[in-house]
Ligand binder design. Structure first.
Ligand code: SAM
Length: 256
């Protein structure tokens, strides 16, 4: 079957690599799994036989037919649809579940937004990601990969790069290398107000990435509040830690 570029299809089939990935995910028989984009099912076959509860959501209807024929006993485990439109309670009700996938790289950010929406139900996430995107998710302050995405990911997750995967393993071979990454939720509940303020602050500051924060803080805080901040205002946005971003976020007014 010809890979379809518009669905971000780059398949994995190397037996040893797939076994390594499943070992890294550490799948247990009691797990409830959701696989995003099972594709031709090569990672799937290493997951579906281990755990009691598996669902895979696939957008490509040709691949869905293929998957249902490949796993006839699990035909109903394959959902015809778009992960971005899936309401997880339709599959796992109020139960928590784990998310895995060699995901389509062109929608990595919206997929992370989907995970954020289902944050409280997700036990952990293992994604194959484009290397540069993964580095941005895991980036630390004062490094070149650090940005808005790093701050938000750091707030929500412990992000761990667990394996480098060369582009040669994928078919068709992409131009980019990949990293297999684990996201472990840091909290059981998200304080939405804090998160929304953090998003607002990081957006305002990273929009002027090369300016001192004294400049961009004026867009979101009163002058007096800025002067009372216990922060070096000569710093640039990529020099602030998550805690420093939270310190600023706490001062953002609801309407401001
Ligand atoms: N898991 C397979 C593997 O590792 O060989 C396929 C990985 S391929 C990178 C991404 C898969 O996601 C494809 O099967 C593609 O059709 C599917 N896909 C693309 N967009 C999707 C979406 N919005 N919702 C669900 N699946 C999607």
């Amino acid at each position: 079957m010809q890979a379809k570029k518009r669905f971000g299809q780059n398949f994995l089939s190397d037996k040893k690599l797939l076994e390594d990935l499943v070992n890294l995910i550490n799948v247990d028989s009691n797990d409830r799994l959701l696989e995003i984009g099972p594709g031709k099912g090569d990672l799937t076959k290493n997951l579906i036989n281990i755990c009691d509860s598996y669902f895979g959501i696939e957008l490509d209807k040709d691949l869905l037919v293929f998957l249902r024929n490949k796993f006839p006993k699990n035909r109903n485990a394959f959902i015809d649809g778009d992960i971005l439109k899936l309401n997880a309670s339709e599959i796992y009700a109020s139960n928590q579940f784990r998310v895995v996938g060699n995901i389509p790289y062109n929608i990595s950010s919206p997929i992370l937004d989907w995970c954020e929406k289902h944050y409280e139900k997700i036990l952990d996430i293992h994604f194959m990601l484009q290397k540069e995107f993964a580095l941005r998710c895991a980036g630390n302050e004062k490094t070149s990969s650090y940005g808005r995405l790093s701050v938000i990911c750091k707030y929500l997750y412990e992000v761990t790069i667990i394996k480098e995967v060369s582009k040669e393993f994928f078919n068709p071979m992409p131009k980019v290398d990949s990293l297999f990454v684990k996201f472990s939720p840091k909290k059981r509940e998200v304080n939405q107000k804090e998160l929304q303020n953090l998003k607002k602050v990081t957006r305002a500051l990273f929009n002027k990435k090369r300016k001192k924060i004294s400049n961009s803080l004026q867009d979101i805080l009163e002058k007096e509040t800025i002067n009372n901040l216990d922060l070096n205002l000569n710093l640039r946005p990529d020099e602030l830690s998550l805690n420093e971003y939270l310190q600023i976020s706490a001062l953002v007014k609801d309407d401001g």
